[in-house]
Design a protein around this ligand. Structure first.
Ligand code: GLN
Length: 482
């Protein structure tokens, strides 16, 4: 793939007056037109907000013509949002029939912040229903396709956002990551994806899946662009009590371009089973290059990580069952009439939710039920604490932990969708960061012999996105020289 333009270069060219926000907006819309609906029909977008985007771009150009100093950090940059992030006056389906006609009455906080920084929201991207999935095959409106090989999934659940960036429709996009939904599609599409520390970015206006795990974060072509977007969207928000009152540093200011002083922990025992040989060999090559560049590789133990998938699928489904209870056709959800109130609930939830969402509501309700709460939900919470402690112990000796993002490259449509366990296992390396609440960034680290992208992720201490972004940026330079 040709080197794509960076967000920073795009923004700078508009701020220098070499092109307008309208030019950038029209170029993005033309690319979406060529690749999404026709051509390879990648279906990155659930909804293209062409008129809204053109109006916003024109307003930016107008303001800029009067006072060029008004150009914000994302001035004129088109951006795509996963369709579970709400924009006032537009439909947000979260990939579900349940929200087919739901028009949001308000903007998510990230939307306000992006627009205040000059970004132009170009559309809403395809995702697995309520962000539950690893392939976008659970979208009620059809999946996105991987631009590298359209017979394969792009990863999920934020697959459409990954496709938008990987195919060059936009330079950046937002997704949400509950158990890997930013990092895994980034890895499978060959781009960069960052899950921030839990509490770093406001969840106000993110349609909730697992509220103690969900975070919004950026997809980008490189670490510097991801850092810029994170700076714009991060910070305390009175609308979200779990968003932290922590200062947001300039992440890029901490970039050194080098891994020479870095201590990188690798949990080698975790890699002994179930990892595709090509993923493993790309990962080992990356470790060798990092060592050559002066990084110190430390073998670490994350003893409880082998229970991460089990704990995650109990906690996430429990929280999902509570969050999705509101969609009953009374205040929320597309109502289907029935003879009685119960029949109306049944008809609404029966039609509105897809098979995977129903499976998770049932699992989550079961693990929260009086007789099984202690055995499943409580136990999972205890395992979660042990996983957190494993990371705290590791970070006493290393600056970052490195592991593959996905154990396998992008699989073919239909390969796993009928086998939920196989689908869940694709999240084996990503869910731990969500359970521990720590930040993690996926970066490309080579391809398979057939050209499918492979990704690896740097995990960091809570609130220390700066270190993993710096590592990701340094790694890009190493990879570019190889
Ligand atoms: N694939 C995981 C799941 O289905 C993660 C989803 C996510 O991060 N939103 O739950």
């Amino acid at each position: 793939m040709a080197a794509r333009e960076t967000t920073i270069a795009l923004r700078d060219s508009i701020a220098r007056g070499e092109r307008t926000a309208t030019d950038a907006c029209n170029a993005a819309l033309a690319t979406i037109d060529a690749l999404d609906a026709s051509g390879p029909a990648l279906h990155a977008f659930q909804l293209v907000l062409a008129d809204r985007a053109r109006a916003k771009a024109a307003a930016l150009d107008h303001a800029f013509a009067k006072d060029a100093t008004l150009a914000g950090p994302l001035h004129g940059v088109p951006i795509a949002l996963k369709d579970n992030i709400v924009v006032s006056g537009t439909i947000a389906t979260a990939g579900s029939k349940m929200l087919e006609h739901f028009v949001s009455p308000y903007d998510a906080t990230v939307v306000e912040r992006l627009e205040a920084a000059g970004a132009v929201i170009i559309g809403k991207t395809t995702c697995d229903e309520f962000a539950m999935g690893s392939s976008t095959e659970n979208s009620a409106y059809g999946p996105s396709k991987n631009p590298v090989d359209p017979s394969r999934i792009p990863g999920g659940s934020s697959g459409g956002s990954a496709v938008a960036v990987a195919a060059g429709m936009t330079t950046v996009a937002l997704g949400s990551d509950t158990g890997g939904s930013i990092r895994q599609p980034a890895a499978m599409c060959g781009i960069t994806g960052l899950k921030p520390t839990y509490g770093r970015v406001s969840r106000y206006g993110l349609i909730a899946y697992g509220s103690s795990l969900d975070q919004i974060g950026p997809f980008a072509g490189n670490a510097r662009d991801a850092a810029l977007v994170l700076e714009v969207i991060a910070g305390h928000d009175p609308h979200d009590s779990t968003s932290a009152r922590r200062p947001v540093p300039s992440f890029a200011a901490a970039f050194t371009g080098s891994v020479a002083d870095m201590r990188i922990g690798v949990p080698s025992r975790l890699l002994e089973q179930g990892v595709d040989p090509e993923v493993l060999s790309a990962f080992r090559d990356a470790i060798a290059s990092l060592t050559t560049q002066g990084a110190t590789i430390v073998d670490i133990e994350l003893p409880h990580s082998r229970h991460a998938i089990s704990a995650y699928y109990l906690i996430a489904t429990a929280e999902a069952s509570a969050n999705l209870a509101r969609f009953d056709g009374v205040r929320f959800g597309a109502r289907v009439s029935g003879g009685s109130l119960t029949e109306m609930y049944d008809a609404t939830r029966g039609r509105g939710f897809g098979a995977e969402v129903k499976r998770r509501i049932m699992l989550g309700t079961y693990v929260l039920s009086a007789g099984y709460y202690d055995a499943y939900y409580l136990k999972a919470q205890q395992v979660r604490t042990l996983i957190q402690r494993d990371f705290t112990a590791a970070f006493a000796t290393v600056d970052t932990v490195l592991m593959p993002t996905s154990p396998v490259p992008a699989f073919r449509f239909g390969e796993r969708v009928d086998d939920p366990l196989q689908m869940y296992l694709a999240d084996v390396f990503t869910v731990s960061a969500n359970l521990a609440g720590i930040p993690a960034i996926s970066v490309p680290c080579g391809t398979t012999t057939t050209g499918l992208p492979i990704g690896m992720q740097f995990l960091g201490r809570a609130w220390d996105e700066a270190t993993i972004l710096c590592a990701a940026d340094a790694w890009e330079r190493i990879a570019a020289r190889a």
